[in-house]
Design a protein around this ligand. Sequence first.
Ligand SMILES: *[C@@H]1O[C@H](CO)[C@@H](O)[C@H](O)[C@H]1NC(C)=O
Ligand SMILES: *[C@@H]1O[C@H](CO)[C@@H](O)[C@H](O)[C@H]1NC(C)=O
Length: 305
Amino acid sequence: MVLEEIAASLIMWFSYALIPCLLTDGAAVLPAPQNLSVQSTNMKHVLTWSPVMVPEETVYYSVEYQGEYESLYMSHIWIPSSWCSPTAGPECDITDDITATVPYSLRVRATLGSQTSAWSTLKHPFNRNSTILTPPGMEVTKDGFHLVIKLEDLGPQFEFFVAYWRREPGAKEHIKMVRPGGIPMHLETMDPGATYCVKARTFVKAIGRYSAFSQAECVKVQGESLPLALALFAFVGFMLVLVVVPFSVWKMGRLLRHSCCPVVMLPDTLKITSSPQKLISCRREEVEACATAGVSSEELLRAWI
Ligand SMILES: *[C@@H]1O[C@H](CO)[C@@H](O)[C@H](O)[C@H]1NC(C)=O
Ligand SMILES: *[C@@H]1O[C@H](CO)[C@@H](O)[C@H](O)[C@H]1NC(C)=O
């Protein structure tokens, strides 16, 4: 009787101890994903892991996370990731899940048909304040005399600090804070002929961190050189006209007199008796007559020389 009881309890103990073991073994045929890590740049966070290889099969993965709030106040509840429950690739964009600057635990497991692997957990919880902030991409242009900057659009969490200065000894650096990226923004009205340089860095309020400054980019404003040259050109032209035109008129007068109206010695009597009025009208007639008759080119040349 006593022996029977001992035997029965032994069997019960074995079965209780073995059944979970067998069940666990059956469920863990699929290996758990390894090498979990988070790559985080400019507040974009991606969890990656080494893929579980099963020939000719597609393994799916499920990702879950647990923030400080869930681990402290919600009895360690795990929340399925918004984009990876499940997912086929060995990576998961967890940007939308990480909503606070607190440590997050992350875990992933593989699924193949009815088989499910054990959970694999990230060794060190991830905090988004460890994200890598890169200097922002920017485009510096000029629109007439306006210095214009266009910054990379990195999302609503990003603010930009833009530093710009006129390139000259002892120039003062100006700082402007710009909120959204992606749209061209006027920085300053530039002085003609000057060179302006611009650099920018990002700031993420949520984590209280700045990126490094980008490489400075400089633009030169078209100086007054072009208008000045135009003015000079116009002045020279004006002077030329001022000098050449009266000279030509004078020379023309001489030429006409030489070719059409040779100086003729007039008898004294004619000089005295002819009124100036008469003399002029005579000459006009003479000139007109000459013009119609035409002047030979040799004569013209001789007159000019
Ligand atoms: C984990 O990463 C290491 C080095 O990157 C690699 O050698 C190893 O094979 C990886 N493990 C798995 C299960 O792929
Ligand atoms: C991130 O925040 C934690 C505290 O939550 C702090 O210990 C750690 O130094 C911070 N890391 C960085 C890179 O700022």
